[in-house]
Design a protein around this ligand. Structure first.
Ligand code: IPM
Ligand code: MG
Length: 357
């Protein structure tokens, strides 16, 4: 079949977790004879150190030609002092926007084995299965004008623009409605329509499209209430659709419901099905190099890659089943460790998943 995957380990714990995810990918490749090949590239601080910019046009072009992209994480304190436009995070934003990966899917699923690891009571989170659909290439992350300017009185002022065009809202809405159709048929659109015009439009577009999906029940919620509901009664949600910044924040909150952000994978897709797959967590520079990071979010991202971009659902399921099996065997990295379980390293966790495949 020969499918090519671009691998961008990035910074911090990125290389460690990607190494484990690649071992898992190689294991399913062997077992199911998938015919995968790989190309490695630099992104984030690693690319800044090598090329002076967080993502080169050549790497972006190479990624565009692949069938799927696996990314670790970007960023770290050593690059914090750089100007905003060459920081590691800009590499991530450039690949998302350069490949029009507007649909970011962040499933927050509580593995029953991890109910104890959640900071919420087990009965509040048991059975939790939420999909956050985050718009990824628009909103305040990309709106122009943006910058820091000096006013006439000499004071500096920072400014960003929160902008969404109707077509941008429509395409992410269609993604979310379609996802809800395949799940429990409930879609909650999160906005701040009591204050922000851009989200008044967002709400109008969602309402306009709703009749096309009669089997989906659409509701709306202000983002502050959504934050409260997510930690108070998270099981009311099936699919949540929201803009770039609200999605960034709410998906971190949703991640903690599942025990650890180290469990949350993500897929970022464009219209043609090309996808970038990455864990929702960041580069965690504080624990980089210690071999204690949780590789499961990246391993589960690989499963999403197989499912969404390579149409290899059987291999994806094999990975998900293997993850469940190692959790059943009570193996835990430090972030999901609870007493009575066995604490393992990044590499041991990866090896256990490989062994279970
Ligand atoms: C995420 C991250 C990124 C974002 C950062 C690293 C730019 O927090 O993927 O959620 O804000 O989108
Ligand atoms: Mg985030």
């Amino acid at each position: 079949m020969n499918k090519k995957i671009m691998v961008l380990p990035g910074d911090g714990i990125g290389p460690e977790i990607v190494t484990q995810a690649l071992a898992v990918l190689n294991a399913v490749d062997k077992r199911f004879k998938l015919g995968l090949s790989f190309e490695e590239g630099l992104i984030g601080g690693a690319s800044i150190d090598q090329y002076g910019e967080p993502l080169t046009d050549a790497t972006l072009a190479a990624a565009a030609k692949c069938d799927g992209i696996l990314l670790g994480a970007v960023g770290g304190p050593q690059w914090d002092a750089l100007a905003a436009d060459i920081r590691p995070e800009r590499g991530l934003l450039k690949i998302r926007s350069g490949l029009s990966l507007y649909a970011n899917l962040r499933p927050a699923i509580l593995y029953p084995q991890l109910a104890e690891a959640s900071s919420l009571k087990p009965e509040v989170v048991a059975g939790l299965d939420i999909l956050i659909v985050r718009e990824l290439t628009g909103g305040i992350y990309f709106g122009e004008p943006r910058g820091i300017r000096t006013l006439d009185n000499g004071e500096r002022q920072g400014f960003n623009s929160y902008v969404y065009s109707e077509s941008e809202i429509e395409r992410i809405a269609h993604t979310a409605f379609a996802a809800a159709q395949k799940r429990r048929g409930k879609l909650c659109s999160v906005d701040k329509a009591n204050v922000l015009e851009v989200t008044v439009l967002w709400r109008q577009v969602l309402d306009r499209l709703a009749p096309e999906y009669p089997d989906v029940e659409l509701s709306h919620m202000y983002v502050d209430n959504a934050a409260m509901q997510l930690v108070g009664a998270p099981k009311q949600f099936d699919v949540i659709v929201t803009g770039n910044m609200f999605g960034d924040i709410l998906s971190d909150a949703a991640a903690m419901l599942t025990g650890s952000i180290g469990m949350l994978p993500s897929a970022s897709l464009n219209e043609s099905g090309l996808g970038l797959y990455e864990p929702c967590h960041g580069s965690a520079p504080d624990i980089a190099g210690q071999g204690i990071a949780n590789p499961l979010a990246t391993i589960l991202s690989v499963a999403m890659l197989l499912r969404y971009s390579l149409d290899m659902a059987v291999a994806a399921e094999a990975i998900e089943a293997a993850v469940s099996k190692v959790l059943d065997a009570n193996l835990r990295t430090a972030d999901i460790y609870t007493s009575g379980t066995q604490k393992v390293s990044t590499a041991e966790m990866g090896a256990a998943v490989v062994a279970a495949i």
